[in-house]
Design a protein around this ligand. Structure first.
Ligand code: PLP
Length: 295
């Protein structure tokens, strides 16, 4: 039972008939060098990834994460991941990490080594940061122009919008810009004023009693946490909707949240330097539900 935990994986083709994958997993000392210098993931950010939470020994939303990994592979023309192998790798790691507390488990599929024969894959599990304060107190958010109009994913598929690629430099820059402006996080807008997503989260808002998230049209990720939040709200008899949301509607909303796999749900408490109404009681109920998931 140790952290960090690192597993190098020989990725098997999606149509492999192999059913036991243990000989494709190689445990690594997390502080030892593991990747080749020619790795296209490090040289070009050319690869895809997922991060899921493991809470008290339970990996959360494994199937939605694997299915999004497949979608990212399709968008990026990467070899289709072998779902069984990824399920086995996650289970292998989960059995070897502490069974109490919150863990972030990241899994990566890279295009591989330049001119090399095969993609590269690995998994890395670390203790999650302590998000208790931000879950209790919320986040101050700024809106930032993402630089693309609505519909960009359809018009320019080579931008790989909607794939969870390793190229997160822009996302990290947006968070630094938020910090420069005295805020904690960002909500990206299209150039024509539609709400997209956070750099590492989905946006959910409540407007006229309905819970809304921007439709995952191809320009943003379909958040696994947002899907869980909608399951919870739907079971509580609330109305949920996927549709376009303008920034004006966001400004008028009676509550909004950023939701993601490891930080979970955090209330937006300020938007572009103005106080924003928060429903902290619901945030707590959402996080209690999200933390209690056992699959
Ligand atoms: N959008 C982006 C750009 C993200 O990076 C993430 C998570 O990392 C999300 C949305 C939320 O996805 P999930 O709830 O599956 O973590």
């Amino acid at each position: 039972m140790r952290l960090p935990f690192t597993l190098l994986i020989d990725p098997m083709p999606a149509d492999s008939v192999q059913s036991n994958f243990d000989d494709t997993f190689h445990e690594m000392d997390s502080s030892s060098p593991a990747l080749r210098v020619g790795e296209l993931s490090t040289q070009r950010g050319d690869g895809i990834f997922e991060t899921l939470a493991v809470v008290n020994g339970h990996p959360q939303e494994v199937e939605p994460h694997i299915s999004r990994l497949r979608n990212s592979a399709r968008i990026c023309d990467l070899p289709m991941p072998n779902e069984e192998q990824w399920r086995a790798a996650i289970a292998y790691a989960v059995a070897r990490v502490p069974q109490r507390g919150e863990i972030a488990l990241k899994f990566v599929l890279s295009r591989g080594v330049e001119s090399g024969p095969a993609p590269t894959a690995w998994l890395h599990a670390t203790a999650a940061a302590d998000f208790s304060t931000v879950r209790a107190q919320g986040v101050r958010v700024i809106t930032l122009d993402r630089g693309y109009p609505r519909g960009v994913a359809e018009r320019a598929p080579w931008l790989l919008m909607g794939a969870k690629t390793l190229s997160y430099a822009v996302n990290m820059a947006a968070i630094r810009e938020a910090h420069r402006r005295g805020a904690d996080d960002t909500i990206f807008l299209t150039t024509d004023g539609f709400v997209m997503e956070g750099p590492t989260s989905s946006v959910v808002l409540r407007s006229n009693g309905t819970y809304i998230t921007p439709a995952p049209s191809g320009a943003i990720l379909h958040g696994t946490t947002q899907q869980s939040v909608f399951d919870y709200l739907g079971n509580q008899g609330e109305r949920v909707e996927y549709r376009d949301v303008t920034v004006e509607e966001l400004r008028r909303a009676d509550a909004a949240w950023l939701v993601s796999s490891v930080r979970l749900a955090v209330s937006v408490v300020a938007l572009d330097d103005k106080p924003f109404p928060a429903d902290q009681a619901l945030t707590e109920a959402l996080n209690a539900y999200l933390l209690a998931r056992s699959a």
